[in-house]
Design a protein around this ligand. Structure first.
Ligand SMILES: [Zn+2]
Length: 105
């Protein structure tokens, strides 16, 4: 996040998403708010990671960006939004059906 257009885009996305992580619904704080809220630091995430997008311009489309806490952003890595939501659901124990299907396989 260094260029001016990226800073502008970041602000647009965070405001659109009300400074709430779109994955875990945590309230986000600005980057320089303080180290104690590290997990809540506002980032923007590429729902489809840049490395998996068909083009750089597709990667930076507003529809491919969302507000994201640093914890989710680092955990998500190169996963897609859907894949990360499944991981979070697993962690919360909300994917019993998938567990059962895996056991049956
Ligand atoms: Zn999050």
């Amino acid at each position: 996040m260094s260029t001016e257009w990226q800073k502008k885009l970041r602000r647009i996305v965070l405001n659109r998403d009300n400074w709430i992580c779109q994955y875990c619904f945590k309230k986000l704080v600005p980057q320089n708010h303080g180290a104690t809220e590290f997990e809540q630091v506002a980032t923007i995430d590429h729902k489809i990671p840049i490395s998996r997008c068909s083009s750089v311009s597709n990667a930076w489309k507003l529809s491919n960006l969302c507000a994201c806490c640093r914890q989710c952003n680092e955990g998500k890595g190169a996963l897609s939004a859907i894949e990360w939501l499944i991981v979070l659901a697993f962690r919360r124990g909300e994917v019993r059906l998938l567990n059962e299907l895996q056991k049956a396989a």
